[in-house]
Design a protein around this ligand. Structure first.
Ligand SMILES: [Zn+2]
Length: 735
């Protein structure tokens, strides 16, 4: 039985609780989500082989303007070994026979898609064909009005950017019937390796006749009127939508594989942590994971692409992770024909590679309006091709894992998921990058002992929603010698998003919640108890600090029994105006701001939002407190130590025959906003790298400076110096 087939009865059971006064209560239908990272099938060779992808997204008038020979030559010059080509959906670039499949008005009698496929086949490239089903035309609407998405007022939805077009319903016959026929036709004509689906997952709640009927049949409910997880109908719709979309992928997959058994669907993906579709279920259905995060925008940091890579890797198993990048500015005004600075493109792509992604260059329009990006991508791809054997990125060496939780984003964060959930994780991410501590991300539904075996420390950044089973897995991790760091409301809510009376992990933390919370706190501080703990490693870098700023929100908790050490205590808020009144009313309390326990493993619990506050304020004192806590929890030699100036994103990998270490230099006035203009070298960087047991370093080479370096054996580690890092340096250690 398909575990995703929800019966109406299951839906009714799951929604009944929600109507009984517990506003948030809602049962996840049993068996909706499985707990595996990968399907039974091995990764096909066509998916595992390509190391450098190119995507050419044609625009409708390209057939008479663009130069296919140029693009085929550019693929050759960049040594691209995978390609994604526009096929159909919104516009067909081949002589389709399917009614309402709109051929490019400039196609004439040509087969543009076929011409490109023929050229790419001669270069032995893996070939995906891109389809985009999200918009259609008047003639389609006239013949099939029920294929068009409908808004809450009952009106068919015009396309927001191309008002002559209509938005299609993703959950009904347009996708299930029409697009299935398109996909079958493309696969039958070209027998390509796979189909890449762009914007296939809909545009929010649709009120078309099919959605009304299908949702009522499945859930026994009317469609929700607003997107609120407090609304049982909306929760049920979220489950129903996921089931529809996952079954859509299954349908497309089975239909194209009936034609070409070696082929596969490849759905476009993006941000995992805040995705509304379950990452494990998507991953089970894809031979490779494509993360569409094209560039920075707004206040996004350059390491963000690395975070996306780590989130995908947490669920990917042995599937390749592809970093889909653009060459333009990525802002809400959507200058899709723009070209970003070469430095900005480079820093994004080298950080993606450093974090285990294979680059995928996405270009819109075969007709070039600005050629300035071409040489930069060509240079980068040629460097990556020369050093391909060191960039396979088989196994990260990190011993620290940062947990992310889609269920916390859904059921606790809701519409405020960025502020209530994501900003905590971002705080840890920034702190660990600044501290040059090797780390990975961990999906919260993969906390069993096998998944966690490679980690010594797990960090739970306000992972509020945890089931009893997940809490048991975390207890087992600590009982097995692992260390845990948790903040704020971690484990205060069950898997349905219902608040518990106490923290489920109260036993691990050694504290109980009193039921009271405080915040936002103004003008509150943390006192460092130097007198009681004169040489505490938790005060490293803070030896001369009598007190530091507090966070903004905290839970009031009381210890179950006295703690051996209380290094940080609360100085409660006091008035911040008038200035004459700004003096502490209480100089010292015995209220701890960080609870430290040594069970088999070590446990550190911050009852306040240090991580979220750090992300908001970026106080160096909070950074030191977080960093010192990680080192205390780690309680072993770190994978690497890198001493030298600057902000570096450092990663280390074990590959067949080598250990590869990346140092990405993020030091730049534009790091926290705006495209990089150029780079500023930092160095020297003195590196100490722990070698895995039984591994000997034979030789080391800098892959960017292109020269050998000497390494010095220091017990179980090796030491070496990287003289200077401009944009990035990669140290390849043959073992
Ligand atoms: Zn619909």
């Amino acid at each position: 039985m398909n575990p995703l087939s929800l019966t109406r009865r299951e839906f009714l059971q799951s929604t009944a609780a929600a109507g009984s006064g517990a506003a948030v209560a809602h049962v996840v239908p049993a068996g909706l989500f499985s707990q595996t990272t990968s399907g039974a099938e091995p990764v096909p060779a066509w998916a595992s082989k390509p190391m450098r992808w190119m995507q050419l997204t044609l625009v409708e008038d390209d057939p008479i303007h663009y130069d296919p020979a140029f693009w085929l030559d550019y693929c050759r010059r960049t040594k691209s070994d995978g390609i994604c080509l526009s096929g159909g959906g919104c516009v067909a670039y081949y002589p389709t026979q399917i009614p309402f499949h709109h051929r490019s008005a400039w196609l004439g009698g040509r087969d543009v898609l076929g011409e490109l496929i023929t050229g790419c086949r001669k270069m032995d490239m893996t070939i995906l064909v891109r389809t985009d089903p999200h918009a259609t035309y008047d003639d389609t609407k006239a013949a099939h009005p029920d294929w068009i998405a409908v808004d809450a007022e009952g009106n068919p939805r015009r396309h927001w950017a191309s008002p002559e077009m209509w938005v299609t319903c993703a959950y009904g016959p347009y996708n299930f019937e029409f697009m299935t026929a398109v996909h079958k036709e493309i696969m039958a004509r070209y027998r390509v390796d796979g189909l890449f689906h762009n914007r296939w997952d809909g545009n929010g709640i649709c009120y078309c006749v099919h959605c009304v009927e299908n949702f009522r049949a499945a859930a026994g409910l009317d469609l929700p009127r607003a997107a609120s997880m407090q609304d049982p109908s909306y929760r049920a719709w979220q489950y129903w939508r996921q089931e529809r979309l996952l079954s859509l992928l299954d349908l497309w997959n089975s239909e194209i594989r009936a034609i070409n058994p070696a082929s596969h669907d490849v759905p476009n993906g993006g941000n995992v942590a805040l995705s509304s579709i379950d990452a494990l279920e998507i991953t089970r259905r894809a031979p490779m994971l494509v993360a569409d995060r094209q560039a920075r925008s707004g206040l996004a940091e350059p390491w963000l692409i690395g975070k996306v890579a780590k989130e995908h890797r947490a669920v990917a198993g042995d599937k390749p992770i592809i970093g889909l990048f653009g060459v333009g500015l990525e802002e809400k005004y959507r200058w899709k024909d723009s070209v970003a600075s070469n430095a900005e493109i480079r820093i994004w792509v080298v950080d993606a590679i450093a974090n285990g992604m294979r680059p995928w260059c996405s270009k819109f329009s075969g007709t070039l309006h600005d050629e300035r990006w071409l040489k930069g991508v060509e240079d980068l791809y040629n460097w990556a091709a020369r050093n391909e054997t060191y960039l396979t990125h088989t196994q990260p060496l990190a011993r620290v894992g940062v947990v992310y939780s889609q269920q916390t984003a859904w059921y606790y964060g809701g519409e405020q998921a960025a502020a209530k959930v994501e900003n905590y994780g971002l705080g840890w991410y920034q702190a660990l990058v600044e501290s040059r501590i090797a780390f990975e991300m961990v999906h919260d539904r993969l906390l069993d002992s096998a998944e966690l075996a490679r980690f010594k420390v797990l960090i739970l950044p306000n992972i509020a929603v945890l089931s009893d089973k997940q809490c048991d897995e975390l207890r087992a991790f600590v009982a097995g010698g692992g260390s845990l760091i948790a903040t704020h409301e971690t484990s205060l809510y069950d898997e349905q998003g219902t608040r518990r009376k106490n923290l489920a992990l109260a036993d691990l933390f050694g504290v109980d919640w009193t039921g009271k919370s405080e915040g936002p706190m103004q003008n509150s501080y943390i006192r460092l108890e130097h007198d009681a703990l004169p040489n505490s490693p938790l005060f490293a870098g803070l030896e001369d600090a009598p007190r530091i700023i507090n966070g903004v929100s905290r839970l009031e908790v009381v210890p179950r029994q006295p703690f051996a050490e209380t290094p940080f205590t609360l100085i409660p808020s006091y008035p911040d105006l008038p200035m004459e009144k700004v003096y502490p009313r209480t100089a010292k309390t015995d209220v701890s701001c960080l609870y430290l326990r040594e069970a088999v493993g070590r446990v550190a619990y911050f009852p306040f939002d240090i991580d979220r506050t750090f992300w908001e304020v970026l106080s160096a004192d909070h950074l030191k407190m977080m960093r010192n806590t990680v080192r205390w929890a780690l309680n072993e030699a770190p994978v690497f130590e890198v001493d030298g100036p600057g902000l570096l994103d450092v990663t280390a990998w074990r590959n067949p025959g080598s250990i590869t270490m990346h140092l990405v230099n993020l030091t730049n006035p534009m790091t926290m906003k705006g495209p990089y203009r150029n780079f500023f070298p930092v160095g020297p960087q003195t590196v100490n790298l722990e070698l895995p047991a039984g591994v000997e370093a034979r030789a080391a080479r800098l892959l960017v400076a292109d020269k050998a370096i000497s390494v010095e054996r220091k017990g179980s580690a090796i030491g070496f110096v990287v003289p200077s890092v401009l944009d990035h340096e990669v140290v390849a250690i043959d073992i």
